[in-house]
Design a protein around this ligand. Structure first.
Ligand code: ZN
Length: 255
């Protein structure tokens, strides 16, 4: 996971149609709060707004076509999801909890709350999960105060994920066992076998390049090419850049 710099300005569809929808959702909640809390009434959200082509393409561009969580490049094989960081329809503090209602309905069309993610991270792992340090401080409606929440998931647009998660070779770990890194890795499956396996291939390739880049005396042309490829691997646009950065920083030591 790496830091994501989204453009300040939200796509028009969110600030226009999305804003109107938000007003409607907040008014409906104010009127029928109990029904929304019990689940007797459910909000309907319009993917034509939050997942509008202009929103999706702005996210894909800011994220270089990578999943906001696992950093897999996805657009060559899948459509990918526009995912809500704070879940819109309901929340769970942990996977075994009943669904808490309502979700963060008022953030359904909020630019800051939207990311581009792979379907596995979103649909198999994250779903309605949104753990916070003290669940009593959760904002339960549009009148709640989000600043009081301390999310246990790393927000790649607000936090620097590399302060929380590093890698031993291809395996992610939480730096100094910090709770945010730990929850993010465990609950979003960032150490799932399939990811570890594909990162392993990439790690071994980079390790070989690192050796060639640092061979003494340098191999004319070849060592420079290896350096250039390593430089590319740590750019935000590269798949698994955070792993590559950790590996280069640690000079490919396994610790
Ligand atoms: Zn993913």
């Amino acid at each position: 996971m790496i830091r994501i710099d989204k453009p300040e300005k939200a796509p028009d569809v969110l600030t226009k149609k999305g804003k109107t929808k938000r007003r409607g959702l907040c008014a409906a909640y104010s009127r029928y709060a109990d029904a929304y809390k019990s689940g007797a009434k459910e909000f309907k959200f319009d993917p034509k707004i939050y997942a509008h082509a202009s929103v999706k393409s702005a996210l894909i561009s800011a994220q270089n076509g990578k999943c906001c969580f696992c950093e897999s490049k996805i657009i060559h094989i899948a459509y990918g999801d526009v995912e809500h960081f704070r879940p819109k329809a309901g929340y769970r503090q942990k996977a075994s909890d009943d669904l808490g209602r309502p979700g963060y309905y008022w953030l359904a069309y909020e630019w800051k709350n939207l990311f581009f993610s792979c379907q596995l991270c979103n649909q198999r792992f994250k779903r309605n999960l949104f753990p916070i340090a003290d669940s009593d401080l959760r904002a339960r409606s549009h009148k709640g105060d989000l600043d009081r929440e301390e999310p246990l998931f790393i927000d790649p647009a607000a936090d620097d994920p590399e302060e929380f998660i590093s890698f031993r070779e291809e395996i992610p770990y939480s730096i100094n066992d910090n709770p945010k890194g730990k929850a993010t890795i465990e609950m979003l499956g960032l150490d799932r076998n399939e990811l570890n396996e594909i990162r392993r291939d990439s790690y071994e390739m980079l390790k070989a390049l690192y050796r060639v880049a640092h061979i003494s005396p340098p191999l004319p042309g070849i060592s420079d090419d290896a350096k250039a490829l390593l430089d590319k691997a740590i750019q935000a646009s590269s798949q698994f850049a955070s792993m590559a950065r950790a590996a280069v920083r640690k000079q490919f030591s396994p610790l």
